[in-house]
Structure formats: C-alpha cells, structure tokens
Design a binder for this molecule. Sequence first.
Ligand SMILES: [Zn+2]
Ligand SMILES: [Zn+2]
Length: 90
Amino acid sequence: MMRKKVYGEYQVPKCPFCNSVATIKNNQGIPVCPHHKKEQLENLKCSCGATLDLMQGKYGPFFKCINCNLINYKKGLELNGYPLKSINDL
Ligand SMILES: [Zn+2]
Ligand SMILES: [Zn+2]
C-alpha cells in the first residue's frame, strides 16, 4: 500500500481567486484572502462534464461529482482554471 502525504497541501492554503495566502474563509468555508472573502466558487465542472458539489471534510474542502465520486479540492479547482491568472477573470 502506498502512503502519500497529502496534508501538506492544507498547511498553507492559497486563495483560488488570486493565489495569495489565504488567511480567512468565505461563507462556503473555502480558504480565501481578505480581498476575496465575498467571492464564491460557483458552477464548477468536473472533467466528465458534471457539476461539482463543494463539500466540507475533516481535512478541508473537497468536491463531489455524481459520476466520479470524490475529487481532490486542488484538482477540482485546477479543472476549472483556478487559481485565476488574472483578477479580470472574475
Ligand atoms: Zn484572493
Ligand atoms: Zn466527474
């Protein structure tokens, strides 16, 4: 059995909207920077085309797809182009 250390990803959470250090959470419970506490992650899509549901787990947020089941938070963001490269993408 392979053991992969994944917890490191959650130690320094990044704001998905600007990729700076996230120090607070928005009302969805995702880590964001103070500038983006009112932003929300919406209409995120899985690689299969289904909608991703944002879930909260013991170790932080993750996504759930009706077809693919659980999707890593970071991967789900990457599939949707987060962190955003430009603030104009908002
Ligand atoms: Zn931000
Ligand atoms: Zn899927």
